[in-house]
Write a protein that binds this ligand. Sequence first.
Ligand SMILES: [Zn+2]
Length: 68
Amino acid sequence: MADMAPRLLLAVPCPTCGAASGRRCLLHSGRLRNEPHVDRKLCAIEAAEGKERPASEAGPPHDQTISR
Ligand SMILES: [Zn+2]
């Protein structure tokens, strides 16, 4: 899988360390992590897919209209 854009990862809050959206993940020591937590990546992927789904399903099934 290709790397996700950092912007997309930061669009969701991190369920692991509790970093708010737009903020980078934190270590237990309070320092910034170089990479976001894995759970945050998964959340970002789910959020991105969730946004795409309604748009694709909202379109009318043009195949049926053409067949008539
Ligand atoms: Zn985190």
